[in-house]
Design a protein around this ligand. Structure first.
Ligand code: BTN
Length: 239
């Protein structure tokens, strides 16, 4: 994996202001703290994230240079409900990775509800969206971590037997920059639609990529306690 250049970026706004960091503790933390003075669509990205934040207070770790950590700053209406944003990002990532690698390799990238990106049963990407209230208004930070070049032994060594990378599953090595650009290319139109109409208009595209539907599932509380079981039939309007 080489290259931080945002090769192939064809957005109007997202990523036009880009901050590449050789190393940072967390791209989400960086944008949350600096975001007040930054424009809508600012991208912060790195291949060396030392203290990444994951969902449910977990860590998100990756060996140096083997994974993309990116965050995008998004601004919308003051009273907007952004609870569907992680799902919107999921559509963007699955579509981008399919375009860059999955279609060529015959290995589809799909979404496990709510927003894990899965290829051949392995988790390839994690998404964590946070929001911040500054003096100039509220903004969201969409954080996306994509495993690019790690191999089986890296994940086993890290105690992550269910994780995979794009190279491991497709044989294709993607650069940081081309991956970030492809995700932003997908995210721009999705975000515009989501900000205008809410998640309902994206329910179809999401469901097309969601492997959870039709399966027997168990609903667990954040601490792992059993809440319910059943067959996942579809999403409600807000995702
Ligand atoms: C998960 O637990 O599945 C979500 C992981 C999200 C990790 C990404 S990497 C880029 C951004 N910066 C962070 O600190 N976290 C997110």
């Amino acid at each position: 994996m080489t290259g931080a250049a945002l090769q192939g970026l064809h957005t109007a706004v997202l990523g036009r202001r880009a901050i590449y960091l050789e190393e940072t503790d967390s791209t989400n933390r960086y944008l949350k703290e600096a975001g007040e003075s930054l424009p809508h669509g600012t991208l912060c990205y790195t291949g060396r994230q030392t203290s990444g934040r994951g969902r449910l207070g977990r860590d998100w770790t990756a060996p140096d240079g083997a994974a993309l950590a990116m965050s995008v700053l998004l601004r919308g209406a003051a009273d907007a409900d952004w609870s569907g944003l992680p799902l919107v990002c999921g559509i963007a990532v699955a579509a981008a990775l399919d375009r860059l690698a999955g279609e060529r390799a015959g290995m589809p990238f799909r979404i496990k509800w709510p927003n894990d990106i899965i290829c051949a049963g392995r988790k390839m990407c994690g998404i964590l969206c946070e929001s911040s209230q500054g003096e100039t208004g509220r903004f969201a930070v969409a954080g996306i971590g994509v495993n690019l070049t790690q191999m089986e032994a890296d994940f086993r060594g890290a105690g992550l037997p269910h994780a995979g990378s794009v190279r491991m599953l497709t044989g294709i090595s993607l650069s940081l920059g081309e991956t970030a650009a492809a995700i932003l290319n997908e995210l721009e139109a999705l975000w515009d639609l989501y900000a205008r109409e809410g998640f309902a208009s994206l329910r179809g595209p999401y469901e097309e990529r969601c492997i959870t539907l039709g399966r027997e599932v168990r609903l667990l509380s954040p601490d792992g306690g059993f809440l319910a079981a059943g067959r996942a039939a579809g999403l409600v309007e807000d995702g």
